[in-house]
Design a protein around this ligand. Structure first.
Ligand SMILES: CCCCCC/C=C/CC(=O)SCCNC(=O)CCNC(=O)[C@H](O)C(C)(C)COP(=O)(O)OP(=O)(O)OC[C@H]1O[C@@H](n2cnc3c(N)ncnc32)[C@H](O)[C@@H]1OP(=O)(O)O
Length: 302
């Protein structure tokens, strides 16, 4: 997919992965009206959206089997669905969950970071940045209903949400395990974690690449609630009701006050962050580490 037009929102120039889609040239109002979500489900191949307009919420399900790894396609479809809901005033909250049994998301797609050229790495990283910025600064209430394993980029996505409910299953570990792959979480992954669980716990978790099982994840504050697996969705819904009882403008301004400085750090240095990623991921030693890790994942089966 070609890299693409930018759109200015406040001081941010946003990536428009959908710029090539029919209707992309429409004005914002017109396209929002045409794209109004309504009561019927919508979505794309990899992102299912089940709207409940009466309640003002939508359930967004990642559906990219087997493990919801964040490919360029999934990132793009994710941003498009998010934008659609953000632009429709009916919606005040999203419950984010997985349609893949046992896995919330396996994080960034290792195939996007192995054996490709620098232009591809740059395009991919820009899409990762874009999803994070949009989720982290979303005006909507985002609740993660974590119904499976949640490593690395999967964990990052859940950390952008306002609240995390995790299913109580020892296989459903969560954390930023990048060091285990021989790679380093960038500063904005780290900042998101520090803002959630504090500096000291983040330092230990990041260096050791800890994947926390549910009880420990709850104890360190990585998640807000651990419930039996069959109660994840209903718990997310009742938490959502509580968050939606707060007037939107006050909650949104407060969220922005808490998060803007963190997001601005990336906004100010997006290009250098991309260059840093491309340089790092292109190194032979890093490519070898990733190949070894992929090999171990594949061997695990055999
Ligand atoms: C300045 C530089 C900064 C660089 C920063 C880069 C940041 C990176 C952040 C990341 O997100 S890196 C990705 C880290 N992810 C992981 O470590 C998770 C790896 N996966 C797993 O641990 C397991 O797959 C799982 C999620 C626990 C699920 O286990 P399950 O037993 O259900 O499935 P598997 O048999 O392991 O996997 C099925 C299938 O999927 C492939 N796969 C798994 N994860 C990924 C992935 N992240 N990307 C691409 N492909 C993945 C796996 O290899 C299997 O493939 P196969 O062909 O069927 O063997």
């Amino acid at each position: 997919m070609a890299l693409v037009a930018g759109m200015r929102v406040g001081s941010r120039v946003l990536f428009r992965p959908w710029a090539w889609l029919p209707g992309a040239a429409l004005g914002r109002k017109e396209s929002a009206a045409r794209g109004r979500v309504g009561a019927r489900g919508f979505g794309s191949q990899r992102v299912l959206v089940e709207p409940d307009p009466a309640a003002g919420i939508a359930v967004m399900k990642l559906k990219s089997p087997p493990v919801n790894s964040l490919s360029l396609e999934l990132l793009t479809e994710f941003v498009i669905s998010l934008e659609k809901l953000e632009n429709d005033k009916t919606f005040r909250g999203i419950i984010l969950t997985s349609d893949c049994p046992g896995v919330f998301s396996a994080g960034l797609d290792l195939m996007e970071m192995c054996g490709k050229n620098p232009a591809h790495y740059a395009e991919y990283w820009k899409a990762v940045q874009e999803l994070w910025l949009r989720l982290y600064l979303s005006n909507l209430v985002l609740i993660a209903a974590i119904n499976g394993a949640c490593p690395a980029g999967g964990c990052l996505i859940s950390l952008t949400c306002d609240y995390r409910v995790l299913a109580d299953n020892p296989k459903y570990v969560i954390g930023l395990n990048e060091t285990l792959l021989g790679i380093v979480a960038p500063f904005w992954f780290k900042d998101t974690l520090v803002n959630t669980i504090g500096h000291r716990t983040s330092e230990r978790a990041l260096q050791l690449g800890i994947l926390f099982p549910p009880a420990e994840a709850l104890q360190v504050g990585m998640v807000d609630k651990v419930v039996p697996e069959d109660q994840v969705q209903s718990t997310a819904l009742s938490v959502m009701a509580q968050w939606l009882s707060i007037p939107d403008h006050a909650r949104q301004l407060t969220k922005n006050m808490m998060r803007k400085a963190t997001a601005d750090r990336l906004v100010k240095q997006r290009d250098s962050d991309i260059q840093n990623f491309v340089g790092f991921i292109s190194r032979d030693s890093i490519q070898k580490s990733l190949q070894v890790y992929l090999g171990k994942l594949r061997q695990k089966k055999g």
